[in-house]
Design a protein around this ligand. Structure first.
Ligand code: NAP
Length: 260
């Protein structure tokens, strides 16, 4: 299937590591132009070098998305270079464990880390998305639906991303801008690896325990599987799909617990 992404420009936040890297690579493989917006300079330079060595057009804007100016700058530099934005993948974030015991400052900091830039980037990109009839993909999490404990800020942010997905899908109907969310559950990424390694005395045993509870094939979802859903949602092939929550998780959230 040709997704017809050739020459189209897509901003991917956190686009040089983990799930974001998978989405960047999938956009590039479809002939689209990924614009990585992230604070990870080293990983980004290495990924850009790999892409450019194969003749792939790609660009990056380095900065912390928690600063509103960096969201504005990312849009301005993308327009300066390419003159168009065809889609946004809001992906950057981290489960930072800001639970009830941590207090109001930690809760607010978690919303800043995980939520506000989803809004800020779309706000600044809106005039350009109106022109392109663009697509927005919000990467949320199973935590938005299931609860986890000990992570109020992240859960609030991930739940709000789902609410914004429906809110923006409604508000942007007149412009044919589609808005959808992807909810991963367990995906091995640099962030997931460091959480496992730093939180458990026996990370391998913990990983095996988690994997044993994933119904489909008792394995984690790959970044490529999340990315495949993302590029489909960015493309015109999903032209009548909006306001949806796509749960790409091997049945983790919805299948009967007796199966695992
Ligand atoms: P990751 O491996 O840490 O990659 C995320 C990238 O985003 C990193 O390069 C990170 O930079 C960057 N980033 C984070 N906050 C940023 C900010 N404020 N400004 C600029 N860049 C920022 O994480 P991941 O596991 O791929 O997660 C990606 C998304 O998927 C997140 O929204 C996460 O909540 C969601 N998710 C993941 C899983 C999973 O199993 N992995 C499950 C459910 C949901 P640094 O390295 O400097 O932090």
């Amino acid at each position: 299937m040709d997704l017809n992404l050739k020459g189209k420009v897509f901003i991917v936040t956190g686009g040089s590591k983990g799930i974001g890297e998978g989405i960047t690579l999938a956009i590039a493989a479809e002939g689209g132009i990924p614009v990585i917006v992230t604070r990870s300079r080293e990983a980004t330079e290495s990924l850009l070098a790999t892409l450019q060595s194969t003749g792939t057009e790609a660009f990056a804007v380095i900065g912390d998305l928690q600063d509103i100016e960096n969201c504005e700058k990312a849009v301005a530099q993308t327009i300066e270079r390419y003159g168009r934005i065809d889609g946004i993948v809001n992906n950057a974030g981290a489960n930072d464990g800001a639970g009830l015991e941590k207090g109001p400052e930690a809760f607010r900091a978690s919303l800043k880390l995980n939520l506000f830039h989803y809004y800020d980037l779309v706000h600044y990109a809106l005039p350009h998305l109106k022109k392109s009839k663009g697509s927005i993909v919000n990467i949320s999490s199973k935590v938005a639906l299931t609860g986890q404990g000990g992570t109020s800020g992240y859960a609030a942010a991930k739940g709000a991303q789902l609410a914004l997905t429906r809110e923006w899908a409604a508000e942007l109907l007149p412009y044919s801008i589609r808005v959808n969310a992807i909810l991963p559950a367990e995906v091995m990424t640099p962030l997931y690896r460091s959480w496992l390694d730093s939180s458990f005395s026996n990370p391998a045993a913990k990983e095996a325990e988690i994997v044993s509870k994933i119904p489909l094939e008792k394995r984690m979802t790959t970044t490529e599987e999340i990315a495949a859903m993302a590029v489909f949602l960015l493309s015109e092939k999903s032209g009548h799909t909006t306001g949806q929550f796509l749960i790409v998780d091997g049945g983790y959230v919805h299948l009967d617990r007796s199966l695992t």
